[in-house]
Design a protein around this ligand. Sequence first.
Ligand SMILES: [Zn+2]
Ligand SMILES: [Zn+2]
Length: 353
Amino acid sequence: MKAAVWHAQRDVRVEDIPEPPSPPRGQVTIEASWTGICGTDLHEYTGGPIYIPTEVPHPLTGAIAPVVLGHETAGQVVAVGADVTRVEVGDRVALCPIIGCLECEWCRSGLMGLCPSIAFLGVSWHGGGFSRYVNVYDYMCYRLPPEVSYEMGALVEPFGAAYRAVKQAEVKPGETVAIVGSGPIGLMALQSARIQGAGQVISIEPAAKRQELALECEATAIIDPNAQDPVAGIAEYTNGAGADVVIECAGIAATGILAGRVARRKGRVVVMGVFEGPAPLDFTDLVYGEKTVMGSMGPYGVIDEVLQLMAEGKFNGEPLVTGKIDLDDIVSDGFEALIRNKDEIAKILVSPK
Ligand SMILES: [Zn+2]
Ligand SMILES: [Zn+2]
């Protein structure tokens, strides 16, 4: 079968690899329908390896580059291994990419995303969603409600990550949430903030197309940082106070600092952008404002809730999908297009068949 395989930075090849064996105990085989290209995939392409093991095999899974990419996947269960009770052949599922040890305090307390041995589908696993078939553990599978298409199913993982990030801030009804960056994750965080009861949701975003998308996702205001100082802009909308909650979804040095500064005194900042290296914060500002900065990693624990919200039509995934391509074109029309034209593109879905 064909697969998009990461060999090295700027070296992803669509090549023939063997189909996965029949699924071992506790695993199932998924036939992928759609897999989204994630910012993480792009970072691995342009700046990797970040999470891909290249020197020693991953301690939990034994995976090592070259690896098949792709972790935002929805598809059908086509085979089940021994002891699988969670899903059956024929089930339509979305995948949670997180693989845990199942034994540590985090895995046992429902916080598998914090497992110190964590591995990921399409990064540090024996397969990914950018191939027709992939074996995964049954606990990674979440049944799609009938109302949720495979296309929307491919958005479950990023929506879940954004939804969980907003949850960390415990938004109170009517609070003002500022979203720094309106790429796909920012747009999903924007929708999550609305669902979780925010009053104003303000997008800070320089690109025109993304500003448009933010409005489609019901941002109450847009601040263009090239046209206006965002700190002053947020102050204008909040009687000079600043945002109650800030979600950082851009992952560059300047936006990390900015996210802290636009928060009000006692404000909460949740960071979920993928930074390619350590980045600064304005600590004096954090100290004087007694602001809290927290991180959020992945969608584990909220996927059932997100599927329910999707089934009820509360998440609007349609405007986020700006491209659908074949696996053969993933480098030219996926990664390279995203680099050339990042501001015009939100989520690209890839059909691995
Ligand atoms: Zn992702
Ligand atoms: Zn663990």
